[in-house]
Design a protein around this ligand. Structure first.
Ligand SMILES: Cc1cc2nc3c(=O)[nH]c(=O)nc-3n(C[C@H](O)[C@H](O)[C@H](O)COP(=O)(O)OP(=O)(O)OC[C@H]3O[C@@H](n4cnc5c(N)ncnc54)[C@H](O)[C@@H]3O)c2cc1C
Length: 273
């Protein structure tokens, strides 16, 4: 993952059939055909009947930059054990973005990237990041090493680590149930998620697709590629479908809602008085 990271499966429990089994326990119905199982999983996904998906769990070992970990840890419904910079010396791996993903601050989103930098400029940025990280790691090693100064013993690891920037890698075990994992994927596969965590989410999504293919298919159809509409947006679509010209002012759609709707459905506004 990225330049030094990885995602690997340590363990998992359950699969598509565990979800079907849990959903059927209430009705007491027995084994059904594969197509009926698929239909049931799609029904559960469509109607947000989420508890059967909690019957599956997965445990991953992940190596990721600290700034990605800070976003990832906000998903509170997982169990986590992280490599300790108090017990152990941190590795020298740090993240350097590829030149093609180096971009300026976005002007339309306050927390995103805009235009990519020209290759030469991007390379200069990459060089700056690398030099900064190398220097930080040299300082870290100097602080840990008491041998060069007979009076000063090596600094405590828990303090020495404070000089390392957030591009350095950490590692953790991350265990989560499938329901909460899908929520994580929905948020972190979205185009407004930061590229670096999205790259990890794509890898985790590929693992989920292989583990619970029927659930993943339903997730893509109903949640990832499905659309949730506001009242005003639903009215606008219904008007368009019935041949009524859409007037967004009357529908109360905001500029950004209108922009989303236009991009998604190719709307054309009727600006006649
Ligand atoms: C694109 C993007 C930008 C973001 N930007 C910022 C930012 O600028 N600043 C920032 O601080 N965060 C930011 N976040 C983090 C975001 O606010 C959430 O903390 C994060 O996405 C985790 O979502 P969650 O709470 O739904 O997930 P989880 O923590 O996994 O929780 C899953 C669900 O469990 C329930 N739940 C869990 N804990 C509680 C609780 N204590 N009380 C009530 N319900 C609970 C909720 O229904 C929640 O949706 C951003 C996230 C994304 C995807």
């Amino acid at each position: 993952m990225l330049d030094h990271g990885f995602v690997r499966v340590i363990d998992y429990m359950g699969d598509d059939s565990s979800i079907v089994q849990a959903a059927r326990v209430s009705s007491g119905s027995g084994t059904k055909s594969a197509e009926e199982n698929r239909r049931l999983i799609r029904y559960l996904m469509r109607h947000a009947h989420t508890s059967p998906f909690e019957m599956c769990e997965i445990k991953l070992h992940i190596k990721l930059p600290i700034f990605v970990a800070r976003q990832w840890i906000r998903h509170r419904t997982a169990s986590v054990n992280e490599y300790s910079g108090r017990y152990s010396v941190l590795g020298r791996d740090y993240y350097i973005p590829r030149p093609d993903v180096v971009a300026v601050q976005s002007t339309s989103s306050r927390q995103g990237r805009g235009e990519a930098l020209p290759y030469a400029d991007a390379n200069e940025v990459v060089g700056m990041i690398g030099r900064n990280a190398d220097e930080a790691y040299r300082t870290y090693e100097r602080l840990l090493d008491g041998s060069t100064d007979p009076i000063r013993p090596g600094l405590a690891r828990e303090l020495a680590r404070t000089v390392l920037p957030v591009g350095f890698y950490t590692e953790w075990y991350w265990k989560i149930d499938l329901h909460n994992l899908l929520h994580f994927l929905e948020l972190r596969l979205a185009t407004d998620a930061q590229y670096e965590i999205r790259a990890y989410a794509e890898q985790v999504a590929a693992i989920v697709a292989g583990w619970v293919p029927l659930t993943y298919e339903a997730f893509v159809d109903y949640r990832l590629s499905g659309v949730r509409l506001s009242r005003a947006a639903a009215v606008a679509i219904s008007e368009a479908l019935t041949g009524v010209h859409v007037r967004r002012q009357e529908n109360g759609l905001t500029d950004s809602e209108w922009k989303d709707l236009k991009e998604r459905f190719g709307f054309v506004e009727d600006d006649r008085a």
